[in-house]
Design a protein around this ligand. Sequence first.
Ligand SMILES: C[S@@+](CC[C@H](N)C(=O)[O-])C[C@H]1O[C@@H](n2cnc3c(N)ncnc32)[C@H](O)[C@@H]1O
Length: 448
Amino acid sequence: MKVRKKWEKKRNSMKDYNQNEQVSLFDTGDIPQILREDAACDEVDFVSFRELVPEINDTGYLTHAIVSYPAKFIPQVVRYAINTYTKEDNWIIDPFAGSGTVGVEAYLCKRNAVLLDLNLLLNHIMPLKIYRGKERLSKEHLLKLLDDMQESTQHRFNPSWSNVQYWYAPEILELLSQYWGYIYSIEQEVYSTIIKTSLLKVSKRFSYTEHRTPKLARSKRKLAAIEKLIRENWQDQLIEIVYDHALKTLGSINDFMMHTQHHQNQVEFQGGVDSSYIEMPRECDALITSPPYLQAQEYIRSTKLDLFWLGHTEEEVRELSRLEIPYRKADRIIHTETLDKVREKLTRKDLIHRLDSYFCHTINALENSMNRLKPHAAACIFVGNPRIDGITVELWRILSEYFTEQGFSHEKVYEDRIKTRQLFGVRKNKNPDGMKSEFLLILRKTDA
Ligand SMILES: C[S@@+](CC[C@H](N)C(=O)[O-])C[C@H]1O[C@@H](n2cnc3c(N)ncnc32)[C@H](O)[C@@H]1O
């Protein structure tokens, strides 16, 4: 097979297989520098989680980077919280699990985890990220499926999305629907799931949307790039990325299996659920989470293309978008000293609504999970300090003020101050929300 041979040559010259492209809010790829001289107050402990967890020197190690997801945790923060605030076999809950970083770290550290998220992507990602097969996955079998996919012309899959043509050149859409058609026609197991994640990558890369920014947005630059690509050997380029990504993923899963051979823990996950109102499945020993940002993301919209190719319908996606924080109406107004001061300063009604929506639903979701924590359990909440209309919103302080009235004690705040940060590769403004620090707030359940 032409493409396969070409790919194999390239593979031999490639060194590091886990250095996948990763779109992440927290992961700048640089080693952060802590500005200790800038210490704002003595309320926080200045740390660098990367320095505190030197055993993790690649944020995309093992299966962490097999799928891109906006605003991922860096695994060092999660590992630090797990090591410091939980014990072996404990249950950890993450009500904003996103791409499941807490699940991977929990399993690696012999803990159990419950992962919840509004985004359905979680259900597709987790079976690969914590794959627990008995035998190493076979590269030859994967290559055979990829070869068959290239040859097969009898199946088609078109996403159930009225707007799909708007995002693709017709010939690219035709080839993608052929490859996806093949993958849905074979048995749905780990190999086909691996290939799906690779098809997701090219389905975004070869669309009219900017693939390095999370939001779905057609740009002149991308339209020109696709037009140019179509005049070249785009089919070869596309399939080469698929082979490359699929084999990298298989390698990451095999490495993960090797590291966790004797682990017996459980990772339960439910994507497509609203953590603000779902009945929490079990009592847990700790919470480790990072809530959505005040005005940074629309996670469902960012992953819409993926969700359609994965077989979800427009109606499902619309319904989930409606539930996203902070774009839905608040059903109660949260009051704390710091939050009230921010609200007083705001003059724009739409921003007051956004602030109220954000705190209502974020706190509902946290409270919903924290109510099911065991006595003395720690809640580790990782947040930034966003701005709204130029006003800094001290999230950790607001959460601390709220939860210390609800049976929790304030234990500690870590501040990881980073010199430069970049939200997404192609943005010019490297610090759009004016956030220079990230905070890990530790609360402790006090009631018996
Ligand atoms: C900062 S991201 C979490 C990323 C995650 N820590 C990771 O490492 O991938 C916040 C998550 O909150 C989710 N979210 C937003 N509104 C939600 C809701 N009502 N219920 C559950 N999850 C929600 C988003 O889908 C997003 O995945």
